[in-house]
Design a protein around this ligand. Structure first.
Ligand code: NAG
Ligand code: NAG
Ligand code: NAG
Ligand code: NAG
Ligand code: NAG
Length: 276
């Protein structure tokens, strides 16, 4: 009798409680910060990371479609990285495009070394984000197989001096890769969707491929761009609710086009508020 009453009271109440009183899986943010840090360009990120201090931000730095041709980035870049690295919930990693495995290991190695060398400007990074990693087991790779290629670039980050102890390796095939390319211990995080809001597959449709990866949600990221204004707060909430069960690392933006990651988009703060 008492239990029935309790259930009758508690259940309807749960439906009205603000979400923050309901225990949910944590969401962290994998941010493509391809934004110029000049003129306070990174302030919004710094403010957000301070405000959301229990959310982890892994931030991808990309001075010049890679580290650029100089040993160190500009003075502003260095100063702003120092600000980010001071925040306990922020990790900074460097961007490298591997062009579906078409870029020679030696060239990739050179860029990894450049990022690692930033430690000599007191801005040690926490690892590397490899963009456009191969998603097919038997794809056309510059040298060797896709597995060997991925193992090689990951092992370089894991063994080279200069990074902090996290040595985070992120792969971005932009879609669910062949299950044989999901090698535990090789990538810490894999981006299994990078695409427009309107192209998000139904979770039902990718369930099989996802479980074949045998990755826990801590190792999976999901990137949604081109969220239309018409989706509104409801649309943003829908994405977060739909994805948080399977993916720990999210990023949402209403920007689109070539330079979509070179700005925050209007919905940035709203998105973060919904990740609570
Ligand atoms: C954030 O990272 C710290 C350190 O790795 C970890 O202890 C904490 O659980 C993480 N928080 C979330 C929400 O995942
Ligand atoms: C690349 O090819 C060379 C020559 O065939 C070989 O010695 C080397 O092991 C290969 N490296 C990788 C990472 O596959
Ligand atoms: C990666 O491949 C390059 C080129 O084949 C080689 O020189 C380097 O030693 C390899 N690195 C690791 C960590 O396997
Ligand atoms: C940067 O890393 C290299 C390689 O581990 C190390 O020799 C060097 O002392 C580090 N520099 C600083 C300033 O920590
Ligand atoms: C992975 O490799 C094994 C052994 O080569 C093969 O039998 C299997 O079909 C591959 N899995 C996928 C999803 O391609």
């Amino acid at each position: 009798m008492a239990l029935a009453l309790l259930v009758a009271i508690v259940l309807p109440l749960a439906a009205f409680l603000p979400p923050k009183y309901v225990v949910a899986l944590p969401v962290n943010v994998l941010v493509p910060l391809y934004i110029n840090p000049e003129a306070g360009g990174w302030d919004r990120l710094v403010d957000s990371a301070i405000k959301h201090s229990s959310t982890n931000f892994t931030v991808i730095l990309n001075p010049s479609n890679g580290p650029g041709s100089t040993a160190w980035p500009s003075g502003t870049y260095i100063a702003e990285i120092k600000k980010l690295n001071k925040l306990p919930n922020v990790a900074t990693i460097g961007y490298i495009d591997v062009d579906d495995g078409q870029r020679a290991n030696a060239n990739v190695l050179k860029e990894i070394e450049t990022y690692a060398g930033w430690n000599n400007s007191q801005i040690a990074l926490s690892g590397i984000f490899f963009d456009h990693t191969p998603s097919l087991e038997w794809g056309d790779i510059v040298n060797g197989t896709a597995q060997e290629y991925l193992r090689n670039i990951s092992a370089t980050v894991k063994t080279l001096g200069g990074f902090d102890e996290r040595r985070t390796v992120v792969f971005n095939p932009g879609k669910i890769p062949n299950a044989n390319l999901s090698m535990s211990g090789v990538a810490d995080i894999t981006v299994v969707f990078e695409g427009a809001y309107n192209e998000m597959p139904a979770m039902e449709d990718v369930k099989g491929e996802l479980s074949a990866l045998q990755q826990t949600r801590e190792g999976l990221a999901y990137w949604v761009h081109s969220v239309p204004g018409s989706a509104g707060r409801h649309g943003v909430r829908k994405v977060v609710d739909r994805t948080r069960r399977n993916f720990e690392w999210l990023f949402l933006s209403n920007r689109w086009g070539e330079d979509k990651y070179e700005g925050y988009g209007d919905g940035w703060e709203e998105f973060l508020d919904l990740t609570w």
